[in-house]
Structures are given as structure tokens and as C-alpha cells.
Design a binder for this molecule. Structure first.
Ligand SMILES: [Zn+2]
Length: 511
């Protein structure tokens, strides 16, 4: 590893700076003691010279307790250059040449990338652990360690020929957010409203009340085993997935467990239920991510605060009709499975539009005809349909209408609806109001433009929402590109996102 920049923030404090910092600390301690001893006998108004001194020193009113001090906010400093170097370096753990990134679950490159992340977590002073499927956790213990920790994170796996920012910004950015908080020197303003005994005077900078945890989720992308958000689904306690994975194989017929073992996981046990988190394991979960859409960039808005994550229902449909010669079989005699599929594709569009909401979307991403010859009437057709919404009921109505259409199209066209299978039907998730408010307040205090928006792509947050209050922060990305090599987010936008993440975590960690 070449770059130890985050650590270098801490290591680069020179001796004179350290002495100055210690003097600063001692001065503050002295002032704190003075203030503490006289506060019992003096009234705490702005006429009080001790309070005036403290206010002048700290730069904010000492009775302030609802928002962070401006000193705290202005001292949030992101090492954007080092962060970019880390993003670039992580992108080299790839099975395809730059600028594309291909990093498949439990591949050699994935294992190396995981090692890179664990090293950075360690350098940030986090205690690192992994579960048996390779979800990685780095914890910064708070001063009330018995409280449920606050978590943030994302994924680093990448579909074939994709880019280097999807997920990565939310993992490396989260580690950098921890570094940002660790390198702050300030007076804990929350102390001022409390009795002297409760003051949290922290010599080494901000220290959270709740522990903070950075999570790198295993396999957000479905590339290898066809299951998206594999790690977070298991964390959320999916019994069905834990059972299915016992017999799941990849395209090379390698079982999930063998693949996990080759990467150093699931060595001693294969009971995947050990991965499940109890509800309430985290006080909140917050994910930083590129938008993967064009809205923020087009509007020139720095930060998107996600209010809801749309969730897909995925369907597989098969029709069987009668094949035949494209010239010899007359039109009234045909039972064309291809036309049934075409008609169903248009029905999907109609039912989605009929919902009346722009948040309802539907896509026929796969449409295959058999035998697939220009002069042969399709005897079989296969469709795969994805429909999403932030309103579960509305989306399920669309699914039901698609089913009704498939049945009636089969009847009219004299073909057989041989399969109509709902592959998954995940419920959408709503962000927690308190998290949205904290992220909004953080954006305002950092003077960053922001907007509330929904996430039409889904993320590990969708599943974390099942066991924890959840929120997401989006940053703009170039033309909304994602899942291709052109994916790009500027250093400034990433730094903005990390700052908002750090400040929001700081706020939530004290609640
Ligand atoms: Zn992602």
C-alpha cells in the first residue's frame, strides 16, 4: 500500500503543533475548571465574565445545545487528495483494464481489495472484525460503549466493466469521515449544558458518545451468485437466503460456500444465521453514495438527502405457443409466443403509467425468443420484468395487473403461460425522520445546497432499514453515469459528501 494519507493527518502533527495543542488543551482545562467552580454561584447570563471568556474562547454561546458550534463545523477538513488516491488505488484491484473496474465476489482481486480496506480501517484506529460471509466492520468505540453503535458504509464489489465510485465512495468516504472527526480539536459544546462531572473534555479531538462503525458489505452486486445485497440481506436476517445459499452455485458450478472458503471465510462453520443482526443492533445506519442519476448535477445541487428507497419486484414469465415456417403458416392459424411476449411488454408499460405516479417504473430488460431464427415463428418466449416504486402497495398492484394481462394474453393468443414467477418482491424503505433532519442540518451548517429526493436504485441501506433506522446521502456524479467506466464524481463533491457524512454522524452519535 502506498498511501497512508488519512493516517498522515494524525501523524503529520509536528512537535511544536503537538505542544501547542497540549497547551491549548491545558488552557481549556483550566478555563473549564474556573468556569465549573464559579458557575455554581454566578448566574449564567452573558453578563457573566467567565461565560463571556468561554464564549470568546469557544466561539459560540455556551447555552447553545441544539446545533453544533461553528468552530466544530469549520474545522471539518477532508483530505480530498488522499481520498482520491485511495479511490484510484482501489480501482487497480480489477480483473479488467483501467478505466473499467471488475471486482467479483471472493475473486483474488476482491480479496486484495478487502485487505486494502481492512488496512485503512486499522490505520484509522478502528478495531476490525469480519463475519463468516465477509461483511467487514471497523469500530471506533464511543465513550458510552454500551449504547447501540451508529453505522455507516457501503460496498466495493463492481460489476464487469463498471466504474470506480459506485459503493467505494461510501466505504473509503466513511473511513475518511472517521479520520475527519478524529482530527478535530474542540470543546464539546454539549458539556456546557451539563454538570461539571458530565463534561466530556476530549484531549484527542471529537469522541463520539455512541460507538461509530464503518461497514463494508459483501456483494451488493448480483454478478456472481445472482443475489444482490447478499451481505446486507443476511445482516437483515433473511432466513430464506441463508437456506438458499447452502445450495447456490455460480456459473462455473462453484458453490457459494466453497467460494467463500477460498476467500478465507466460512472456514469453521456454515451456519449463515450467525451473520444475522438483532433489531436495534445499530442506533442508525447512514450510507454515502453517488446518485447514479443526473438530477443533482443538472440542478447544481451538492447534496441529495434520500427520503425513500424504491424497491423492485422481479418477475420471470414464459409463454409456449406453436412454432412453424414463417411463410407457410397463415396468420389466423398462428399461436405466436413472441407476439404474446411483445403484447405483455406493452402491457407492463401501460400498467406502470396507469399508476399515475412518476415514481412507478417498469422495465422488460430481457426478452428472448425461441428458436430465434428470422424465418421461424417463435414457439417459446421468455421475459424478465423489473417494476419499482417507493409505494409497496402501488407496486404490488402493478405486479398483479401484469399477471392478469399475462393470463388474458395467453388465452387470446392460444399460447400457454407456462411460468409466471415472482423472483423477489422487496418492500421499499423510508428513511428515518431524525436522520433526514440531521443530514439537512449538517448540509445547512456546511453551506451546501441540498435537496430531498428518493433513490430509484436500491442499495444495502434498503436491507439495513429492516434492522435499523436508515438514511442516505447522495452526491452528484457526471451525467448520472454509473455501472460503466465513465462513472465519475469530482473531488469537491466527494469531499462535500464526506463532510456532511462526518457532521451527520457526529450529531447522531450524541443522541
Ligand atoms: Zn452501489
Amino acid at each position: 500500500m502506498k498511501y497512508y494519507g488519512n493516517k498522515s493527518i494524525l501523524l503529520s502533527i509536528s512537535k511544536p503543533q503537538l505542544n501547542m495543542s497540549l497547551r491549548f488543551y491545558h488552557s481549556l482545562l483550566l478555563l473549564q475548571l474556573i468556569f465549573c467552580s464559579i458557575s455554581a454561584i454566578l448566574s449564567q447570563d452573558n453578563g457573566d465574565p467567565a461565560i463571556r471568556t468561554m464564549e470568546a474562547f469557544s466561539g459560540y454561546p455556551i447555552h447553545e445545545s441544539n446545533s453544533f458550534a461553528t468552530d466544530f463545523v469549520s474545522s471539518l477538513s477532508v483530505d480530498a487528495l488522499t481520498l482520491q488516491k485511495q479511490i484510484d488505488e482501489l480501482s487497480t484491484f480489477s480483473d479488467t483494464p483501467a478505466p473499467s473496474v471488475t471486482r467479483i465476489l471472493y475473486s483474488e482481486k476482491d480479496v486484495l481489495a478487502r485487505r486494502y480496506i481492512k488496512n485503512l480501517m486499522t490505520l484509522a484506529g478502528l478495531s476490525v472484525r469480519e463475519d463468516i460471509v465477509g461483511n467487514i466492520f471497523g469500530r471506533w468505540t464511543g465513550h458510552e460503549a454500551e449504547l447501540a453503535p451508529l453505522a455507516t458504509g457501503s460496498h466495493i464489489d463492481a460489476i464487469p466493466y463498471s466504474g470506480k465510485y459506485d459503493g467505494v465512495v461510501g466505504v473509503l468516504g466513511a473511513i475518511e469521515a472517521i479520520n475527519v472527526l478524529k482530527s478535530i480539536w474542540y470543546i464539546d459544546q454539549f458539556s456546557f449544558g451539563l454538570s461539571c462531572a458530565d463534561w466530556n473534555f476530549n484531549r484527542y479531538g471529537f469522541k463520539p458518545k455512541r460507538s461509530l462503525e464503518v461497514i463494508m458489505f459483501t456483494s451488493e452486486e448480483p454478478t456472481r451468485f445472482g443475489i444482490s445485497c447478499l451481505g446486507s440481506r443476511l445482516l437483515a436476517g433473511s432466513e430464506a437466503l441463508a437456506k438458499d445459499l447452502m445450495s447456490t452455485v455460480d456459473s462455473q458450478n462453484i458453490s457459494f460456500l466453497d467460494a467463500a472458503r477460498s476467500a478465507g471465510y466460512a472456514k469453521e462453520q456454515d451456519d449463515l444465521s450467525s451473520v444475522f443482526l438483532k433489531k436495534g443492533s445499530y442506533s442508525a445506519f447512514l450510507e454515502l453514495h453517488i446518485e447514479q442519476g443526473p438530477i443533482l448535477e443538472e440542478e447544481g445541487t451538492s447534496i441529495g438527502i434520500v427520503t425513500a428507497i424504491a424497491a423492485p419486484a422481479s418477475l420471470k414469465v414464459d409463454f409456449e405457443g406453436n412454432g412453424g415456417h414463417a411463410g407457410a403458416v397463415l396468420m389466423p392459424k398462428r399461436n405466436d409466443a413472441g407476439l404474446a411476449a411483445a403484447e405483455l411488454a406493452l402491457a407492463v408499460e401501460k400498467h406502470v403509467l396507469d399508476s399515475g405516479s412518476v415514481d412507478t417504473v417498469g422495465t422488460v430488460g430481457i426478452l428472448e425468443l425461441h428458436p430465434g431464427a428470422i424465418n421461424s415463428i417463435p414457439s417459446k418466449s421468455h421475459l424478465e420484468i423489473d417494476t419499482r416504486d417507493i409505494d409497496e402497495k402501488r407496486r404490488n398492484i402493478v405486479v398483479e395487473k401484469i399477471h392478469q394481462s399475462a393470463v388474458s394474453i395467453a388465452k387470446t393468443r392460444g399460447v400457454v403461460l407456462s411460468e409466471f414467477k415472482i423472483i423477489n418482491q422487496d418492500p421499499p424503505a423510508l428513511s428515518e425522520k431524525l436522520i433526514i433532519e440531521a443530514a439537512e442540518a449538517a448540509s445547512k451548517e456546511l453551506n451546501l445546497t441540498h435537496k430531498l429526493m428518493i433513490s430509484r436504485a436500491y442499495h444495502d441501506s434498503l436491507f439495513m432499514a429492516r434492522v435499523s433506522p436508515m438514511g442516505m446521502i447522495f452526491i452528484p456524479c457526471y451525467k448520472g453515469y454509473s455501472h460503466k467506466p465513465e462513472e465519475y464524481a469530482s473531488g469537491q463533491d466527494i469531499a462535500n459528501g464526506v463532510k456532511v457524512l462526518a457532521l451527520t454522524l457526529a450529531k447522531l452519535s450524541l443522541q
